[in-house]
Design a protein around this ligand. Structure first.
Ligand SMILES: NC(=O)c1ccc[n+]([C@@H]2O[C@H](COP(=O)([O-])OP(=O)(O)OC[C@H]3O[C@@H](n4cnc5c(N)ncnc54)[C@H](OP(=O)(O)O)[C@@H]3O)[C@@H](O)[C@H]2O)c1
Length: 324
């Protein structure tokens, strides 16, 4: 099969190469999927660059451990392991192998059955490929970490990117009053996703909305969280989801100190795909409660360009690779 090889850390346009690779074979609880579309996301460029350095403890200290790049995909099941119960040959499925060996930027990918789900009938391969990383993160961040409730005032900073777009839709679905923070050019886009209020961060600082938000989901955390927490209500929650490594480390080390019993809390989380959440996001897509906006597409052999584009941090929605 053809695949995008990742044999060194660095610039995605330089270190990713398009070449032949052995077709993977599924283990007892895996499926083998003929990939029709894949998606590039922020996690991909971190893994391809090998940054932040601590990520290399998971992905290979000096050279990448997983030789074929890519995490999100959609396609058709070609073969199943002996103990697979979640899919059959011929099913249209989507999945995320970011924590289970990578390999989605290829004509075939092997995936454990827990990190796939069936694609709803009206959803295309390209839309489905762009779903899992963003939707699982948004779902687990809002529901499990942010403890979202109907009527809460929720602010999403970084609302127009892959994860932010899903958070806006899901927060509205959960019945929250949603404030989306993005640049002015994306204001109409996030309103269309369900945001009730929009703040243009290039002209207005939401941190000055003192005591306003029950929940702040920070997907673009590029400044100290201590500057932002005054915008929370007295019992509000700040959730670091993505952004700068410096802010992330401060939240991990000092966040607990700011979390008072019965008062404000500061949290950090890493999303982890599981079968139940995969089925839930497939169902939400089936209902039309969530959908993906695809900003740009590249063919598989130009995966490096797609990942480099995502790395610029300006994607509206998602970027997709067409494979077959
Ligand atoms: N915790 C987890 O488990 C988890 C899981 C997935 C992803 N993440 C992290 O979440 C972050 C976002 O991922 P993503 O896939 O959504 O990235 P993305 O699609 O690349 O985000 C791009 C968006 O960010 C917006 N943005 C850039 N700078 C901003 C700023 N200063 N203020 C507000 N918005 C800004 C841009 O909007 P404008 O063009 O309008 O500026 C653009 O629409 C990444 O850091 C990623 O590593 C974390």
């Amino acid at each position: 099969m053809k695949a995008i090889h990742h044999t060194a850390y660095g610039n995605p346009t330089k270190v990713l190469t398009f070449a032949d690779a052995p077709t993977p074979s599924p283990g007892p609880t895996d499926v083998l999927v003929r990939v029709h579309a894949a998606a590039a996301n922020a996690g991909d460029w971190h893994v391809i660059r090998g940054t932040p350095f601590m990520a290399r403890f998971a992905f290979g200290l000096f050279t990448p451990k997983h030789k074929v790049a890519g995490s999100e995909f959609a396609g058709v099941v070609e073969a199943v392991g002996a103990n697979v119960s979640r899919a059959r040959v011929g099913d249209r499925v989507f999945g995320d192998v970011s924590l289970t060996g990578m390999g989605a930027f290829a004509e075939y990918v092997r995936a454990p059955q827990e990190v796939i789900a069936r694609i709803p009938e009206h959803v295309t391969f390209e839309q489905a490929a762009a779903l899992p990383f963003a939707a699982i993160t948004a779902l687990q961040g809002l529901r499990d970490v942010g403890k979202i409730q109907r009527g809460m005032k929720v602010l999403i900073n970084g609302a127009s990117g892959g994860v932010g777009s899903m958070m806006v839709q899901l927060a509205a679905y959960f019945g929250a009053e949603v404030t989306a923070v993005c640049s002015g050019r994306n204001a109409e886009y996030v309103r269309g996703l369900g945001a009730h209020h929009v703040i243009d961060y290039t002209t207005t600082d939401f941190a000055n909305d003192l005591g306003r938000y029950d929940l702040i989901m920070d997907v673009a955390a590029y400044r100290p969280f201590t500057r932002i927490i005054p915008a929370l209500t007295n019992t509000g929650t700040y959730v670091f989801t993505g952004g700068g490594t410096g802010t992330m480390l401060k939240v991990m080390v000092f966040g607990g100190l700011y979390s008072k019993k019965g008062g404000r809390s500061v949290k950090f989380f890493m999303a982890r795909a599981n079968a139940a959440d995969f089925d839930l996001i497939a169902d939400l897509a089936r209902q039309g409660a969530i959908h993906t906006h695809i900003e740009r597409k590249w063919p598989l052999h130009q995966a490096g360009e797609a990942v480099a584009y995502v790395e610029q941090g300006r994607t509206r929605g998602k970027v997709v690779l067409t494979v077959a």
